[in-house]
Ligand binder design. Structure first.
Ligand SMILES: *[C@@H]1O[C@H](CO)[C@@H](O)[C@H](O)[C@H]1NC(C)=O
Ligand SMILES: *[C@@H]1O[C@H](CO)[C@@H](O)[C@H](O)[C@H]1NC(C)=O
Ligand SMILES: *[C@@H]1O[C@H](CO)[C@@H](O)[C@H](O)[C@H]1NC(C)=O
Length: 316
């Protein structure tokens, strides 16, 4: 996997090392890893354990987090149209990858933003766009705490930045945006090759190579608005065939190195989560090297395998 995020590659390497040392490197065809990623242990990610950042000013806005912005007036989300390369719009009713902006923290109140395709948010006249790969071409934004960001969602379609001074925080003020901190993790890895089989030639010459794929029903537009059953069907149909495609008899072993029983569905019942977790275990259990959940401990309960097991959401 062409991992864009070095931290994540290191963590994966760590997981693999622990898994390999458990197996003593012996080629045992029956061996399957059931593992968990140590997210938040070596690498501090604010969203995994916010209390680590107590005492840091504006600790909700740490470098690297993902934010989503919803207009209080229109109830619509800001979106980098096409994931980036063009304008920022404010006309989406649900939020996913294109609606998630990752934060570059310059200081506690000043930020730059990057969109799904990695461009920086900047200005073209009064239009807000995401076209430049170069951070210094981008605009720095002052994000005021409380209820918002001082950008204006002027029309349904095009966001303009001509109202940088906002007076008050009334719900009827179209410039008031509600910000939501969103789990940013691993968006980088989606930028890997569309077909992981492209990596097979690179594994020639390694002993017992393992290909690591990450399967989340998150971070991509296609999951917005999916029902519980559609998410489960996606695992049984689409993930299953993706995994079958990379699992070849004389190619590398396959490892679903990251997955989580979390999704875009709002207000799902415990039973829904159980079925979703079970579906993923059924399918990812067929990976020839095994799987690893993201993560072990996490203040967001569904992202913690420990919590999911202790509370009966996941049974191994
Ligand atoms: C930005 O980077 C991407 C990926 O490296 C590249 O495809 C694109 O052409 C670049 N855009 C500009 C405006 O340089
Ligand atoms: C949002 O606005 C853009 C720009 O006008 C338009 O191309 C796009 O179709 C709109 N999308 C939705 C979901 O309304
Ligand atoms: C999921 O699989 C179904 C059945 O093979 C297919 O029709 C559909 O296009 C796939 N969806 C996605 C988003 O890949």
């Amino acid at each position: 996997m062409r991992c864009v995020n070095l931290k994540i590659c290191l963590l994966n390497l760590l997981t693999l090392f622990s898994v390999l040392s458990l197996s003593h490197g012996r080629p045992n065809p029956e061996f399957r890893a059931k593992a968990v990623n140590l997210g938040g242990w070596l690498v501090t990610e604010g969203w995994i354990k916010p209390s680590l950042f107590d005492g840091i000013p504006n600790k909700d806005f740490l470098d690297g987090i993902g934010l989503q912005f919803k207009s209080v007036t229109t109830r619509k989300y800001l979106c980098a149209e096409s994931g980036g390369g063009t304008v920022i719009v404010a006309n989406r009713t649900a939020a996913s990858g294109w609606e998630t902006f990752s934060l570059w923290r310059l200081d506690e109140n000043t930020f730059r933003f990057r969109v799904f395709n990695k461009q920086f948010v900047g200005l073209d006249g009064v239009k807000v766009v995401a076209v430049s790969n170069i951070s210094t071409n981008s605009k720095t934004f002052h994000v005021e705490k409380e209820s918002g960001n001082s950008n204006r969602a002027k029309t349904d379609d095009v966001v303009t930045a001509d109202a940088l001074e906002v007076n008050g925080w009334g719900d009827d003020d179209p410039s008031v945006l509600q910000e939501m901190v969103y789990n940013r993790i691993h968006i980088g890895c989606i930028a890997g090759p569309a077909d992981p089989r492209e990596l097979f030639p690179l594994t020639n010459g390694f002993m017992r190579p393992v290909i690591d794929v990450h399967y989340y029903n998150l971070f991509q537009y296609l999951f917005s608005g999916m029902t519980v059953q559609q998410n489960i069907d996606f695992v049984y149909n689409n993930r299953s065939s993706q995994l079958t495609h990379v699992t070849t008899s004389n190619g590398p072993l396959t490892f679903v190195g990251e997955w989580v029983a979390e999704w875009q569905v709002n207000g799902a019942a415990k039973d829904d989560y159980e079925r979703f977790g079970r579906a993923q275990l059924d399918v990812y259990g067929r990976a020839t090297f095994g799987w690893a959940y993201w993560a072990f401990e996490n203040v967001n309960n569904h992202w913690s395998l420990e919590w999911m097991i202790n509370n009966g959401y996941i049974k191994l």
